[in-house]
Design a protein around this ligand. Sequence first.
Ligand SMILES: [Zn+2]
Length: 429
Amino acid sequence: MNKITIYRGSHQIGGCVTEIRTQGHRIVIDFGENLPGSKTDGVMTNEELLDTVFGGDPCDGVLFTHYHGDHMGIYKKIPRNIPLYIGPTAKKILTILTEKVDLSTRTTDKGLPRIQSMHTYRPGRKLHAFGDIEVTPFIVDHSALDAYMFLIEIAGKRILFTGDFREHGIAGKNDTLEKMVKAYIGRVDILITEGTMLSRLGEARQNPIRTEEDLGKRARELFRTNRESVILVSSTNLDSIMEYYHALPWGMDFVCDAYQAKLILTAMEDKGKYYPRYRPEMIHGKPRRIYIVGEMEGLGAAQNCYKADFSILKNKGFTMLAREDNSRFASIMAKFLDPLIIYSKWKGYLKGEHMKPAIKEFIGDHRWEIVHTSGHAYVETIRKLICLTEPKVIIPMHTECADQFDRIPEFAPYKDKIHVLKDGEPYCL
Ligand SMILES: [Zn+2]
């Protein structure tokens, strides 16, 4: 019997693990860590998960949709004989990220060799490595660069597994999602869709920044009136970083550390050919310089990177990318006159059960403003995908609202197709 089982993520955001199984083959999609602060009652622990998913039958491979920790955070624990798959740019970004993590932690269990051994898939190229389970990855817009949804075909049945997606970032511009689904995917039997935003409807309605483009527009206004600003943004949220980079007036300078610069340069190299937003800002015919705080880590003029000297930068005005968990940024910022902090992360980290005290501490008494857009699909985008794919069955996941899915007015016409699974409960194809 062919089956889909969501082991984790049927009723929560993050910690995602899904298995697709036929008589003789088995693949796993994502192997994520639970998000910090998540309610874990009734949710499998990592140990239980490893035992359940990898303790018995052989597995043909684990496919990651993208590099966020809640989708791949426990990759190191996957048995070494099982091949891992990820997008090509996502692998490069993970390599930079893991080098940093390996260096800063004293653990002997280094992640880099595992990342380097990952296979890469290509958008639109069908993978035939999993017996009678055929998987075709398609690139999607998300706050992680190089994210994919998977079309899975088993014995004539077509399943679309969205992973995390949206269409209001850089890769989603010009109706890319609609064009891609119409051209390459078409109708499916089962749609397994993320529903992160269903528990954040009010938040989405109140936020004047709907798209990454809106974020860039607001940033431009803020840069014009603030000669010194510091942006708290995830270093791997490259869509937002590129918007800030381009929004900065020509007379001002862009500052970050070597780690962030390596991520930006990799993203530009791989994605610049597809998206103009991922190309360098050309100033009088030359690419904008990137000024580096801390070690240069091998970067230099060849990469258009230069050592930051704030005695000069202060005269021109600048913006600096920062991380709240790195004391380097706070100590540099202490020397600024009256910097504006641009908070460009999820609002949920500021208070409530997901609060990160380091962020509050970093902001302190500085002037600050939230400039952020979600990495996830709005209800309208999910409805659009349902209309385009006309699934017979819709399985929600990566949501705190799976049981309320059929009560969302936009989904009312599809009420009878919605099938909510529990963690570990198989769905027979
Ligand atoms: Zn994600």
